[in-house]
Design a protein. Structure first.
Lengths: 199, 199
DNA sequence: ACCTGAACACCGTTCAAGT
DNA sequence: ACCTGAACACCGTTCAAGT
């Protein structure tokens, strides 16, 4: 169980002051794009809006994936913490519930996190570390939940990830209201349990 | 209840023979792109691979949405038929199950259908007609299922659409096996029912 | 009718030149 | 160290010219 809270998220340790400022501006502009519903993050546009040359974007973020991971770092760390807390919950049911609720909240709030958790490749070391910490904690939550009969036999940590991303997808489709989040979370939680009518 | 089976799907009624041939080639090339996992359908590329000028693509399909809807027409018609059959099922449970199973099968087989059902806008009249036919049939399935206690109170036809698209999203994430489809369908079916542990 | 492809605007990415 | 922006390749879309 590695502590994650002390990872200096969005680390920009030895950067010249102008470099650090540019990096922040780029992250702000990119974040605004994501929140505005555009996940494409055109590098030219980001550069222009941040008032820097294109080359500067590529200097700070060699790929769009790297930019995404930088944006996702903060919410990602929160989810890892929540997962660790869930793994330490006395009640397996409560642990599972809190894990899924926290993850779904973060996923629907921060588009970057969903993009990173969906992507097969990883650009930053920090992301790898958080993925590993998350995997460990979720593994614990899952095995405790399964022992309590809260999960079908086939369901592993990766199924939870995929289904959560699926529910998130459903929630962000046009015309959805934020109130649906709790409802769909319940659908998932109840559906994950050992078979009722189905199979 | 409008009959859909006699809709001449992908109608190309009064087209010159070369026009019809080009249209088919374009659809084939585009379909191949989708099946290869690229949903972007670059018009230039489609044109080149089909051996026609770009303008020809735009002549047949004024927007990419129109191209998508043409590709989706066949699977869409199948789903409408399945929904109508499900609405006529004696058992509400069996009707709901068959509807979701048929829809999920079509959605995971044909990327174009998912794209069309996710899109807020409609380009072709034919699509509007099928949407309306689908809505009617699904409405019947849903009200019968709800009366049988198979659906939570909050769940309407549109929630079914969104959640199915969400499950489809989960299924197409990298590293998924086709065997997961039935499992996730069960998760959805069981989760949709009146509350168990959750809420 | 239908088709072609040049033309223009735009985005991704690199890299030589600047400070 | 870091930044700039020209340069090249590519894709979206239109439209004048062809058959």
């Amino acid at each position: 169980m590695t502590a994650v809270s002390d990872l200096s998220v969005n680390a920009s340790p030895d950067l010249r002051s102008d470099g650090a400022r540019n990096r922040e501006r780029l992250l702000e502009v990119a974040q605004a794009h994501l929140l505005a519903g555009d996940p494409t993050l055109p590098m030219h546009v980001i550069a222009r809006e941040a008032g820097v040359g294109v080359g500067t974007v590529y200097r700070h973020f060699p790929t769009r994936q790297a930019l995404l991971e930088a944006l996702a770092a903060k919410p990602f760390a929160l989810v890892v913490q929540a997962a660790q807390a869930a793994a330490a919950e006395p009640s397996p049911a409560e642990g599972l519930r809190r894990l899924l609720a926290a993850a779904l909240e973060a996923l629907t709030t921060d588009p970057s996190l969903a993009l990173v958790l969906e992507s097969p490749e990883v650009a930053c070391l920090e992301t790898t570390q958080m993925l590993s910490g998350l995997g460990e904690a979720v593994g614990t939550v899952v095995s405790r939940a399964r022992a309590a009969g809260l999960l079908r036999d086939q369901m592993g940590p990766d199924d939870l990830r995929k289904l959560l991303l699926g529910v998130r997808h459903a929630l962000v489709l046009p015309g959805g209201s934020p109130a649906l989040r709790d409802t769909y979370l319940c659908v998932l939680l109840d559906g994950l349990r050992q078979p009722g009518l189905c199979k």
